[in-house]
Design a protein around this ligand. Structure first.
Ligand code: ADP
Ligand code: MG
Length: 327
């Protein structure tokens, strides 16, 4: 079974940032309001994600590390209306097959915390008592220590950390209600308090996308039936190379979706010069049954059931907003 895990790891775990993504998505699924991410040497030495979510019960620790064990799908209908971020039940198994993984957790019902470790192919999981507040910490040491070919593919610490930071940025833009902390080699890189008010959200956008973006961006919001779009866009005249901010989300998931990108481009029309890029942070929200997210975990694509309608709504909502921004 560990071989199967390692093969799956080839798909799920491309680089340290993919580990961070899986771990943080689990934390979010567990309802965490605070997430701390500690990285050493670009993630090749250590990736630690600590949350204050619901925790994992002692008797479920071993199960959490085994393949296709997910607590998130109970019947087929769930697959349709899936709202949680992970649902394949293979991330932890995959990651533990290519690293030395320690899972420490405590639920609110338990009086004490428990810890389980697994390392590489021999996956000897042992469970022992530990100290930990309610929530979960997962420590991933020596990523790819037993898969030298993959290890060779890792870039410099700086590059790998850059991918992690970019990911954390995208995640922090998707969950304003969560406070985030990111360190690299013991140095604080990002520290974001939970943002509740519009002003606090705006401040987070400024911290993540830069003051230039925040200074130029206008807040927009529009609805059509139960489809809603909101976020910040920059009028074409102000779109410059410095405003490298292109983030779009569908029901809270970060996306690089062709249809959305096409719609955004079309809304700007030919008001953008050939070397200009639109700058935006946009959130599309719709009934989860109207969109398939059950695609390859590493791809940031979705399938809208009413693709045409969504496309046209986005174009007209943004075109309207841009028209109003024109001086
Ligand atoms: P999936 O997320 O697809 O269910 P994973 O391999 O990522 O599969 O995680 C396996 C299981 O471990 C989850 O279904 C969940 O029950 C549990 N789990 C993992 N991380 C956490 C966490 N941070 N907090 C609470 N439970 C967790
Ligand atoms: Mg998961």
């Amino acid at each position: 079974p560990q071989l199967a895990n390692q093969i799956a790891a080839g798909e799920v775990v491309e680089r340290p940032a993919s580990v961070v993504k899986e771990l943080v998505e689990n934390s979010l699924d567990a309802g965490a309001g605070h997430i701390e991410i500690d990285i050493e040497k670009g993630g090749s030495k250590l990736i630690r994600v600590r949350d204050n979510g619901s925790g994992i019960a002692e008797q479920e620790l071993v199960l959490a590390l085994s393949r296709h064990a997910t607590s998130k799908i109970t019947d087929l209908d769930d697959l349709e209306a899936i709202n949680s971020l992970g649902f394949r039940g293979e991330a932890l198994a995959s990651i533990s097959s290519v690293s030395r993984l320690t899972l420490t957790s405590k639920t609110a019902e338990q009086s004490a915390a428990w810890q389980a470790s697994a390392a590489g192919r021999e996956m000897q999981v042992d469970v022992r008592p530990a100290a930990h507040p309610v929530g979960t910490s997962i420590e991933v040491l020596d990523l790819f220590f037993n898969t030298p070919a993959r290890r060779k593919f890792m870039r410099t610490d700086k590059t790998e950390f850059g991918h992690i930071d970019e990911l954390v940025k995208r995640l922090a833009l998707s969950r304003y209600d969560v406070s985030w902390q990111l360190t690299h080699n013991g140095q604080s890189v990002r520290r974001l308090k939970a943002a509740v008010t519009d002003e606090q959200r705006q401040k987070r956008v400024a911290m993540l996308c830069g003051r230039a973006f925040a200074g130029q961006a206008a807040f927009i919001e529009n609805r059509y039936g139960d489809v809603r779009i909101w976020g910040w866009i920059v009028q074409p005249q102000a779109c410059s190379a410095q405003l490298q901010c292109q983030y779009s989300y569908v029901n809270g998931r970060m996306m690089r979706d062709k249809l959305l990108n096409h719609a955004i481009r079309q809304a700007y029309g030919d008001s953008l010069g050939p070397e200009q890029q639109p700058a935006f942070v946009l959130y599309l929200e719709l009934d989860p049954r109207q969109v398939d997210v059950n695609v390859h975990p590493a791809k940031h694509e979705v399938r809208f059931h009413q693709a045409r309608l969504i496309h046209d709504f986005v174009v007209s909502a943004l075109a309207d907003a841009l028209a109003q921004l024109r001086p």
